[in-house]
Design a protein around this ligand. Structure first.
Ligand code: MIC
Ligand code: SF4
Length: 641
């Protein structure tokens, strides 16, 4: 039987279920990663499971998001993360060592492995031929405990790359082109497997840009075969022993094949406020730009930074532009420091930030009122930068560098000859900021500062759900809309009561107060509800405020799983037109929930206020229904252990 690359890796890790698209499968997870903004909850949950040491081959805790320390909170969290890692057999990557996805790619990722990460951009690792998937923190905690990770078997789509990119065209343009064609929900339930003759010319850092931003398609993952390029990268990282050759069989069957001719691509840009609003740069060239930010897990490798430095060499940033550079890793920063590229950046007027997420998650560097900010990042949702009326544009590092000089959106092809930057033959390897856990972990004391609050808990689900509609939303609501990030809110990631005052803050500031007064209720969503980040806080906090069910036209994969994991019922309208008949404050009732869910029949929802009923489907596996009815995963584990 011929198999796709995805089927091969899943086949090697399948512990439950069958590889039939849409049906639930359980996978053995080899590696996990967390970052600090999702990690505190993940490790509190791991502690609640009550296991001494992780059962994975490798688990790594990174600190990269909550890097501004404006008070004790983030520093408290870092200390908790460091000590809880040592206590339970987890590697700890210290603040300053870089962004989880970039560092994991450099130092730990390996072809053929499974990686589960509490961050939606975990598929970055697919650039190395591994199956890397983002999930909520609770799923990562469960995987660290050695239990399978469950997900619907994805459809596998082949993206055949042909030809070679022209000068000034970059890997970012490949993924922007896919977003242009498929939209932010075009990847839901699918894995994108790259192949075709065009992949041979793409280095691992370029591949990782593409697999990273596959998250913006809503895809379960994206990956490349493991080939000569993979070997070159691993050798250059001093990890040749991690290489194995891995590719799909000839004639493997795919749900769909998409072709992209690399030689026909041109520099592209996503305009505000969605990553799929993609147009050629030349069409919007001349748009004045106030800020340029280079970095994020999409485009912050040493290759990107060297290329930016080559463009900025001898130039100075335009007077109206503030340029920031946040290296993806300490390795990348150390290498540009040694090569002299850092000097070119600083001389040009770049403001150098920590090796971390920084402006990507609104951790500082919020643009001015109404500003246009051009970023080499992956998300441009409204308000995510910390400035509600700023417009964020997403493009390659090269487009960013060119525009920083001119002060307007610039097609870099107008600058003349493109710099030719090759991936280094040897990276500078220095793992001293990665602390390996001690053999004897039992005596390690876990330090909890006052910012670490206990996990919120809840009871088993009632058989009748009744409550007011607290909010009716439109399509493509992101988890940034549900649970905003930014420098003000992120320090509360381990303090759910404090965080709850910000829920739905960008949509309706009165939500928390109304939810409290009503004792909880329902949320009505549109298409692709909960797209974007993996943050389970977008489920945990509504649960804490008493939200019982979210009824939407469709859901993003990770958020759908997170809702069930915390005991909020995710339901999908059978007839999407019913959504427009529901208004805020309507009283809804679902009776006989348990039987309805177990029977597999649609759930009948009564709109008590308006006197009509509608039907909604629960697209949940029998396992998820048990988890849900128990009031979430932690209750379920307790009941069954
Ligand atoms: C993001 O890019 O939105 C984040 C911040 O990395 C999130 C995780 C989080 O909210 O902590 C993600 O992508 O999952
Ligand atoms: Fe960090 Fe941004 Fe990447 Fe999220 S998308 S991990 S915030 S750099």
């Amino acid at each position: 039987m011929t198999r796709t690359l995805v089927e091969k890796i899943i086949g090697e890790h399948l512990v439950e279920g069958q590889m039939l698209p849409g049906s639930e499968i359980g996978l053995r997870i080899d590696q996990t990663l967390t970052q600090d903004a999702t990690g505190t909850m993940t490790y509190l949950q791991f502690e609640a499971i009550g296991m001494d040491r992780v059962r994975t081959e490798l688990s790594v805790s990174y600190v990269d998001h909550n890097m501004l320390q404006t008070d004790f909170r983030n520093a408290d969290d870092h200390r908790y993360l460091q000590t809880v890692a040592a206590r339970h057999g987890i590697h700890f990557s210290r603040p300053g060592n870089g962004i989880c996805h970039q560092v994991h790619l450099e130092r730990f990722g390996a072809p053929g492995k499974t990686l589960l990460g509490a961050d939606s951009h975990t598929p970055t690792g697919g650039g190395l031929g591994m199956l890397a998937i983002g999930s909520g923190g609770l799923d990562v905690a469960v995987a660290m405990a050695g239990r399978p990770y469950y997900l619907p078997m994805p459809e596998v789509v082949l993206v055949r790359l042909l030809g070679q990119m022209s000068p000034w065209v970059s890997a970012k343009d490949v993924i922007l082109e896919l977003l242009r064609r498929l939209s932010v929900k075009g990847g839901v339930g699918r894995v994108f497997e790259y192949g075709g003759p065009g992949i041979a010319s793409l280095s691992v850092p370029q591949r990782a840009t593409i697999t990273n931003m596959g998250a913006e398609l809503g895809a379960t993952s994206s990956l490349f075969p493991s080939d000569e390029q993979t070997l070159l990268f691993l050798r250059a990282q001093g990890r040749e022993q991690d290489w194995r050759s891995l590719a799909a069989d000839d004639g493997a069957g795919y749900a769909e094949t998409i072709e992209i001719d690399l030689s026909a691509l041109e520099p592209l840009v996503a305009v505000p406020h969605m990553p799929d609003r993609v147009v050629p740069v030349r069409e919007v060239a001349g748009t004045p730009i106030d800020q340029v930010c280079i970095g994020s897990c999409t485009n912050s490798s040493v290759v990107d930074l060297e290329s930016v430095a080559a463009i900025l060499e001898g130039q100075v940033v335009a007077p109206g532009v503030s340029l920031t550079v946040s290296p993806g890793s300490r390795q990348a920063l150390a290498m540009i420091a040694r090569s002299g590229a850092l000097h070119a950046l600083i001389s040009a007027g770049a403001r150098l930030l920590d090796a971390g997420c920084g402006p990507c998650i609104g951790m500082g560097q919020s643009p001015a009122s109404g500003a246009a900010s051009l970023r080499s990042f992956n998300r441009n949702f409204r308000g995510r930068s910390g400035t509600a009326d700023a417009g964020i544009y997403l493009a390659s590092a090269e487009v960013c560098a060119a525009s920083a000089i001119t002060g307007v959106l610039t097609d870099p092809r107008t600058l003349g000859e493109a710099p030719r930057i090759e991936m280094p033959a040897a990276f500078t390897v220095d793992d001293r900021l990665i602390i390996a856990p001690p053999e004897n972990n039992a005596s390690v004391e876990v330090v909890r500062g006052p910012n670490i609050k206990p996990l919120p808990t809840r009871d088993v689900l009632d058989d009748t759900l009744q409550g007011e509609v607290l909010l009716v939303t439109g399509d493509n609501i992101t988890t940034d809309d549900i649970m905003p990030a930014g420098s003000q809110v992120l320090p509360f990631r381990s303090n759910i009561p404090a965080m709850s005052q910000y829920v739905f803050g960008t949509i309706d500031k009165s939500f928390p107060e109304r939810a409290r007064a009503a004792g909880g209720g329902f949320v009505i969503g549109g298409e692709n509800y909960g797209q974007g980040s993996s943050r389970e806080h977008a489920a945990l906090v509504p649960m804490y405020l008493g939200v019982q069910a979210v009824i939407a036209k469709s859901f993003a994969r990770i958020h759908h799983a997170n809702l069930a994991n915390v005991g909020i019922v995710p339901l999908t309208f059978v007839d999407a037109a019913d959504a427009s008949r529901i208004e805020q404050d309507d009283l809804l009732r679902i009776a006989g929930l348990g039987d309805a869910l177990r029977s597999g029949r649609p759930v009948v929802v009564e709109n008590v206020t308006k006197g009509w009923v509608f039907r909604a489907r629960a697209d949940l596996s029998p396992r998820q229904i048990d988890v849900l009815l128990a009031g979430g995963m932690l209750n379920h584990i307790k009941i069954n252990s």
